[in-house]
Ligand binder design. Structure first.
Ligand SMILES: NC(=O)c1ccc[n+]([C@@H]2O[C@H](COP(=O)([O-])OP(=O)(O)OC[C@H]3O[C@@H](n4cnc5c(N)ncnc54)[C@H](OP(=O)(O)O)[C@@H]3O)[C@@H](O)[C@H]2O)c1
Length: 386
């Protein structure tokens, strides 16, 4: 029996890579439903190729055109019905979450409640509501959450057969992003093109900017803390420019297990879809050790990249702080991409929003939503004046 798959964010970088994996494994997987934001042209191509039973396009105007074209063939949802209703109605075996931001939070909670497999690429959802998502997962043991983010997928693989209790430290690696070798005093003049061009990975624009500020590592330490039940101070970030070791786990007995591979998201996506099986990978996606002359590791420079320090601080505070951090980062990065603030203002704006927020210790889902909304509005306000 083929497993059915719904992809939230099918037109994005992870979404398109997921379809490339499925394309090679049509005997195992069937695309049941696809959701996108506004790229109707890409979605239309995916409908033609994968014949889903339903699609979601957030943009209502573009969605009306899609409805006219496909009314007889499939169900078309828009923002009016909502991503949550769309995901519920699709009800696939596997939900791939490749949207950015928090829009898929309720869809993820529902999928866990219905005992589904969630292949989670999105990192913001665990940052915003990690306590609630993990508690839902514990109360629905037939559901599973397999991380797609390459570092977390690597850690998940390193932990196979080992208890989380025997972990001494998680060593979360990162290439250092496009600004690793640029001196701090030159940040005033860096171009946006440089900032969004990651040296090792091809990704969407938001995560590319996060990689340049190292906020991406900041979000990842919070994500790892929830996924692997580790206190934040047991998660150490290491800069590893070769991006071959995707992360490591050090155990109490001093042993360190690492996961290595090429920098291609199809590998962790395929793992998350197939787990616990391992399918043969596509040609060209294997490491050639004879061509690897060095693997370097160093501590990150938190003075040069203050976003990482802000994330550690928010993670230690926990409660509502990570939700505010993530929402503020999303809006600040958007403002930077729209030329409303300078690159160097991103951490300043986030810090200000964090210090203006009224801390809540154990927010429930409705509090999370209102804290998130508050942080979005507060950041927009600061980005207008800063
Ligand atoms: N890219 C990577 O290699 C990578 C690696 C690890 C983790 N991640 C994480 O995975 C997530 C996605 O990253 P990405 O790089 O793939 O981003 P991306 O290229 O910007 O794609 C985002 C996708 O989400 C869709 N989308 C956004 N808001 C939506 C909404 N409200 N409803 C429905 N669809 C919506 C977009 O649709 P339109 O484009 O049609 O507007 C697009 O398909 C992020 O959380 C990121 O941190 C990415």
């Amino acid at each position: 029996m083929r497993k059915t798959v719904t992809i939230l964010g099918s037109t994005g970088s992870v979404g398109q890579n997921t379809l490339r994996v499925i394309e090679r494994a049509v005997d195992r997987f069937e695309v049941k439903a696809l959701a996108a934001g506004s790229r109707a042209d890409i979605l239309t191509g995916q409908i033609e190729q994968f014949s889903p039973k339903s699609v979601y396009l957030k943009d209502s105007g573009l969605c009306a055109d899609l409805r006219k074209k496909y009314a007889a063939r499939l169900e078309v949802f828009s923002e009016a019905e909502g991503l949550r209703e769309f995901t519920k109605s699709a009800d696939a075996d596997i939900l791939v979450v490749a949207t950015n931001g928090a829009s898929a939070l309720l869809a993820v909670m529902d999928a866990i409640e219905r005992g589904k497999r969630v292949a989670l690429a999105n990192k913001e959802i665990l940052v915003i509501a990690g306590a609630l998502v993990m508690s839902k997962l514990r109360s629905h043991p037939s559901a599973s959450l397999i991380p797609v983010d390459s570092e977390h997928n690597a850690i998940f693989q390193c932990l196979q057969g080992n208890s989380e209790k025997s972990v001494e430290k998680i060593l979360l690696t990162g290439s250092g992003g496009p600004l690793r070798e640029i001196e701090e005093h030159r940040f005033v003049e860096i171009s946006k093109e440089l900032v969004v061009t990651h040296p090792k990975w091809k990704m969407g624009r938001k995560i590319s900017v996060d990689s340049a500020t190292l906020m991406n590592k900041g979000l990842e330490i919070i994500e790892a803390s929830w996924l692997f039940s580790q206190p934040i101070d047991r998660i150490q970030v290491l800069i590893h420019p070769e991006a071959i070791v995707h992360s490591m786990v050090e155990f109490r007995d001093g042993a360190v297990i690492a996961q290595l591979g090429v920098t291609d998201m199809r590998l962790p996506i395929q793992f998350a879809l197939c787990y616990p099986e391992r399918l043969a990978c596509e040609a060209g996606l294997k490491l050639d050790f004879s061509k690897i002359s060095q693997l370097r590791f160093s501590a990150p420079n938190t003075r040069k990249f203050p976003c990482l320090g802000l994330a550690y601080e928010a993670a230690r505070q926990s409660g509502s702080a990570p939700c505010v951090l993530s929402a503020a980062d999303e809006v600040a990065v958007g403002a930077y991409l729209e030329d409303r603030i300078h690159f160097m203002q991103i951490p300043k704006v986030i810090e200000k929003v964090l210090s203006n927020h009224r801390f809540v210790k154990d927010p429930d889902i409705s509090q999370i939503q209102s804290i998130h909304d508050w942080a979005v509005e507060e950041t927009k306000r600061l980005c207008q004046v800063s």
